[in-house]
Design a protein around this ligand. Structure first.
Ligand code: GCV
Length: 903
């Protein structure tokens, strides 16, 4: 009889797995076992590690038993990583489980390629047709020993199989019945890092680069190894380590040697190095007089450079190219096309098996905004569709999910249906450039799912984006031509050392701009759910955003059902909430597009060449992109989709203003007018953000306290910043349209006392730019601080001497109130504030949160709440601001609300 064992205190009995591969007559003797080996208890103490993300292995609460020992059948480095990870994972998982039997020895988990498993255990029915990078997990028995088999189609498959097994255990899934076979939906599953050699990162919100510092590759690559481990756990197989605005010097001989160290560090985790290249490199660092892609000298230069790279990095993945875009040099300077440039690079890489990911993010950022037909959204299709069929087989056109630039809402890029003879990859952004920069909780998987599942109806049939980018729809074998046999040499998908032959998958894939840095990977604990979700969707785009959120929460935070329920709910509501309070109906994120891309700045989109226009005026709003009267963008979609967007009667509300210019009084399908929807959605979104903070508060005591506190602080900040967004957009459109809010909220703020209406000492009234970022457009700034009377009586301490004061007299009812102080916290100094009641201090806090922009604006407008203050009529309330550096302790207003009404 197997010994009974219990996982934690009240779980059911541990289950004994079924062994479908047993030869008849064998009996089952698998007992409660989990690993105790501490072989790899590892040196993970202080460094930046993968267990700060989801690889924590916090404890096994499931009831299936698995063998105690793990063994790799082969000697390849990926397989060794796989076996070591299994050991490490089970060690962690075993820690919290009582499903451990010291006497249990009669079994092991074996990991190896299908070929190796077959050789070692000929009696096992291992599938012999596993796909590249695919795996198969099942129970078996050999010579009276229980075997848990992890077989890979190749070495990467072994690694991914191990992570799949660990994921099932870490999420307490039943592994009694396995027989699980899986392979990735698409071969290219890369992350792009926009790191610069000096250690800075473009659009990064998590500290400095893990790859570079001071112009060189960092000596300490331990975080890179941990990152590669994290990436492997979600099936990512490529990492481009430098900014697409590429520094050409990275291709010089010295830097290539340094980059080879990065490649060596990531290789044991199956992650291949890729590089972004500047198309002008032959001229900039090669000493040539031109970089014309059709010049033979230029072509030879690239061929020699590729050979030099492959001599150092034999499994080099390929190049990513941003050209003719946002000031980057490109083939248009020589009258050449994007295909000419891509093919020159492709020819250089082809003999070595590399690919070119050529970005379709090519547009003119000097568009004429007076021209009603000009439209940035058209650019990718206009430029790349005519080139379909002209790209070399190892070129993949990499297209952002939407036609503009990672906005909170855009339609799917029509280019996905516009390239039938070209392999394609979809580019997403994990780093939250336009979606709250990791200070706001925005789980992006639901948005990505909408894109992946969107049916473009190319050629009048079902063609969801996920199948197009996987190469299935148009039969695009990566590195081959449509219709060619899916066998033979393949440029991608093989492991180092493995033969580059055999069946190959259809080509294409997904690439995420990740933006990891040295500050806990993404700077914010919950933001890591996006990186996790990206990898899981690139492996299997049919997974739901909700199930991925659940998996991530169980592995990262807790498997307590209440915690999982709460966190999943918050994650799932976060993108709609953000969209609600930043820019609804397809207007895009109404942010400062020429600056921070963070706070509200509605007019910044207009009257410039960047082309993110929403065309709001006093009569109406929206960009007419119809074929009939607008820019014609809608006509870039296949006919069924074009028709849907062209007509006001069928265009979905959420994209109405992306496709149509309508009066504010236009009625949506929901029955609301556009203007009322703008008001309502902003109030609703801000309320949703406040609810996240309340939801999270219910988890105190159920989860790690440090994590609780970190996330709590962020959510409280987000709730305040959502109000900044709400008020900016609502007051802007109220003023522009002149149409009141049916619900009487816009322009009326109960309990709000403006700083400019206070009795001011030292403070002077200023205009805030843009005006909508301050309540009433004005604030007060402490440019000439005064010496408060009590400071004169105290010992002189530099810094506490000078402040400015705004003072109000309370005339409301007696009672307990929350007092919100809305102030600006621009970069460039750490100002301080205090709240004073009847000359007694009740609260004080420091500004200096490192928010964008050096001038007061919606980027840095911040709310501090002092709860539960007792007030009676005639009380004097003061806010004192102490400036520092260029932070002038700028104050917008205070808002006094009954204590019960606000959490
Ligand atoms: C790397 C947006 C970002 C830029 C980025 C560009 C791109 O415009 O704001 O920082 O440049 O996209 O994707 O190339």
């Amino acid at each position: 009889m197997p010994p009974k064992c219990q996982a934690h205190s009240t779980p059911p009995e541990c289950r004994v797995p079924q062994v479908p591969l047993l030869r008849p007559g064998k009996s089952l003797t698998i007992f409660c076992r989990l690993f105790l080996t501490v072989l790899l208890a590892s040196s993970l103490s202080t460094a930046q590690t993968a267990d700060q993300a989801w690889l924590r292995y916090p404890g096994y609460h499931g009831r299936t038993v698995i063998p105690l020992k793990a063994r790799a059948l082969g000697h390849g480095s990926l397989e060794q990583s796989a076996a070591q990870e299994l050991q490490r994972g089970i060690t962690g998982l075993a820690g919290a489980s009582s499903c451990i039997s010291n006497s249990a020895i009669n079994g092991e988990t074996i990991v190896g390629t299908a070929e190796e498993v077959h050789k070692a255990y000929p009696e096992l029915a291992v599938p012999n047709d596993l796909e590249p990078e695919g795996y198969w997990l099942d129970w078996a028995e050999s010579k009276g020993h229980a075997l848990l088999v992890v077989a890979g189609g190749d070495q990467r498959g072994v690694l991914y199989g191990v992570f799949a097994l660990l994921r099932r255990l870490a999420t307490d899934q039943d592994v009694t019945h396995l027989n699980l076979r899986s392979h990735p939906a698409m071969p290219i599953r890369w992350v792009d890092e926009w790191d610069n050699p000096d250690g800075s990162i473009e659009r990064d919100y998590a500290g400095r680069s893990i790859f570079f510092e001071g112009g060189q590759v960092r000596q300490d690559l331990a975080p890179v190894a941990e990152y590669a481990r994290l990436l492997a756990s979600i099936g990512i197989n490529g990492c481009n380590v430098n900014n697409v605005n590429a520094a050409p010097q990275l291709l010089d001989a010295d830097h290539l040697k340094q980059l080879a160290r990065i490649a060596n560090t990531m290789r044991p985790w199956g992650v291949r190095l890729a590089l972004s290249v500047d198309i002008a490199s032959p001229q900039k660092i090669g000493g040539l007089s031109t970089y014309d892609p059709l010049d033979p000298g230029v072509q030879s230069w690239w061929a020699a450079k590729a050979a030099e790279i492959y001599a150092l990095i034999p499994d080099f993945a390929g190049f990513t190219v941003k050209a003719d875009s946002e000031g980057q040099p490109g083939p248009s300077s020589f009258g050449r096309t994007s295909a000419d440039a891509a093919n020159t690079l492709a020819a250089a890489l082809a003999p070595h098996g590399g690919v070119v990911l050529y970005r379709a993010f090519v547009y003119n950022h000097h568009l004429d905004w007076h021209d009603p037909k000009a439209d940035r959204a058209r650019a990718a299709y206009d430029i790349f569709h005519p080139l379909d069929g002209k790209f070399a087989a190892n070129v993949v056109v990499q297209t952002k999910e939407g036609p503009i630039d990672f906005q909170a809402r855009e339609p799917v890029s029509p280019l996905f249906a516009g390239l039938e003879q070209t392999s394609q990859a979809m580019e997403l952004q994990v780093t939250q450039e336009y979606t709250g920069q990791q200070r706001h909780l925005v789980y992006l998987a639901p948005m990505w799912k909408q894109v992946l599942d969107f049916d473009l109806r190319a050629d009048g049939r079902s063609t969801p984006v996920k199948e197009i980018i996987a190469g299935k729809t148009f039969h695009r074998p990566l590195g081959g031509n449509p219709g060619s046999p899916r066998t033979g040499p393949r440029p991608w998908g093989g492991n180092p050392g493995s033969p580059r032959t055999g069946p190959r998958p259809w080509g294409g894939g997904m690439v995420a701009v990740a933006g990891v840095g040295r500050d806990a990977w993404l700077g914010s604990p919950l933001a890591l759910a996006n990186l996790y979700a990206f990898g899981r969707l690139a492996w299997d785009p049919n997974l739901s955003a909700e199930e991925i959120a659940g998996e991530w929460t169980r592995q990262t935070i807790s498997s307590d059902p209440e915690v999982v329920r709460t966190v999943v709910k918050m994650l799932m509501q976060s993108w709609p909430a953000y969209e609600n309070y930043t820019g609804p109906l397809g207007m895009q994120t109404l942010t400062d597009i020429t600056g921070s891309h963070y706070g509200p700045n509605i007019e910044s989109s207009e009257n410039n060449g960047w082309g993110q226009w929403h065309r709001a005026d006093h009569l109406g709003v929206g960009m007419d992109r119809t074929v009939a009267t607008g820019t014609g963008y809608a006509g870039q979609y296949p006919p069924e989709v074009a028709k849907l967007y062209e007509s006001l009667s069928t265009c979905p509300d959420e994209l109405l203003l992306f496709f149509h210019h309508v009066p504010y009084t236009y009625r949506l399908h929901s029955g609301k007018t556009v203007i009322q929807h703008i008001y309502d959605s902003h109030y609703e979104g801000a309320e949703q953000a406040a609810q996240f903070a309340r939801d999270w508060a219910t988890l105190e005591g159920r989860i790690d306290q440090t994590l609780y506190q970190q996330v709590r602080d962020r959510l409280v900040y987000q709730a305040g910043h959502a109000i900044v967004w709400r008020d900016a957009i609502v007051q802007y459109f109220l003023k522009l349209s002149g149409i009141p809010d049916e619900k009487g909220r816009a322009g009326h703020y109960p309990g709000r006392l403006e700083a400019e209406d206070a009795r001011l000492t030292g403070y002077k009234v200023i205009d805030v730019t843009p005006w909508e970022d301050a309540s009433g457009g004005k604030a007060v700034s402490c440019d000439q601080p005064q010496v408060p009377p009590e400071a004169l009586a105290s010992p002189i301490v530099p810094g506490n001497l000078t402040s400015c004061t705004a003072e109000w007299t309370w005339s409301g009812a007696p009672g307990r109130y929350n007092i919100a102080v809305q102030y600006f916290d621009p970069a460039g100094g750490g100002a301080a504030f205090s709240l004073v009641l009847n000359h007694q201090g009740v609260d004080s806090w420091a500004a200096g949160a490192n928010l964008p922009s050096t001038r007061p604006s919606g980027d840095n407008s911040t709310r501090h709440i002092t709860p539960n203050v007792s007030l009676k009529p005639g009380d004097t309330l003061e806010v004192r601001g102490i400036p520092s550096g260029s932070n002038h302790a700028v104050l917008d207003y205070i808002e006094i609300t009954p204590a019960a009404a606000v959490p």
